[in-house]
Design a binder for this molecule. Structure first.
Ligand code: IMP
Length: 178
């Protein structure tokens, strides 16, 4: 389907599931090389990253651990700029290689908040892996953003884990608002 409606709002196709899978496979290969013999811990930022995390981790064949953090900062289509932690980070990140897994980096507020929390535990290294990145929306540079699936325009998107007012996370493709 090229055009869909989610909660009364119209969206058109932006990235098909097949392209997401191909890109995810390539990122997985890169991670296998970069983290060979290091046993990183992947931490997914819920809710949006759950599908990407599931598909990504299946492409990773080195030893690794997986955890999640949940934060809330979004209402409707506008970011509020304030981030609330609703359940916390694993507390054993000291000396670990941490890879934060995001669905999308938009303003970057969420990541800045989480990165501070991770750094406070003095990990060995931190990298961010995000399926989507809106460079035009970013408010502060994020030097840890090392793995990006797709750079997209500054438009609201839904599907493959991303929601519009709670709906649309189950769509297998990614759509943009029209
Ligand atoms: P940031 O803090 O502005 O970078 O926003 C990060 C979070 O906002 C993401 O993890 C998403 O959950 C949500 N978000 C940002 N842009 C979009 C979008 O276009 N569609 C759906 N959710 C979004």
């Amino acid at each position: 389907m090229n055009n869909i409606e989610v909660n009364g709002k119209n969206f058109e196709i932006l990235i098909e599931n097949d392209s997401i899978n191909k890109r995810t496979r390539l990122i997985g290969i890169q991670l296998n090389v970069d983290y060979e013999n290091r046993c990183p811990i992947f931490i997914g930022v819920l809710n949006g990253s759950f599908l990407f995390m599931a598909d990504l981790i299946k492409e990773v064949d080195i030893a690794c651990e997986v955890g999640f953090i949940r934060v809330a900062s979004y209402q409707g289509t506008e970011t509020t700029g304030t981030v609330k932690e609703t359940f916390g980070l694993p507390d054993n990140l000291h000396d670990r290689d941490v890879i934060l897994v995001e669905d999308i980096v938009d303003t970057g507020h969420t990541l800045h908040y989480i990165l501070e929390k991770v750094k406070a535990q003095k990990p060995a290294s931190i990298a961010v892996c995000s399926l989507l990145f809106k460079p035009a929306a970013l408010q502060k540079p994020i030097e840890e953003l090392k793995y990006v699936g797709f750079e997209i325009p500054n438009e609201f998107v839904v599907g493959y884990g991303l929601d519009y007012d709670g709906l649309g996370r189950n769509l297998s493709d990614i759509y943009r608002a029209v």
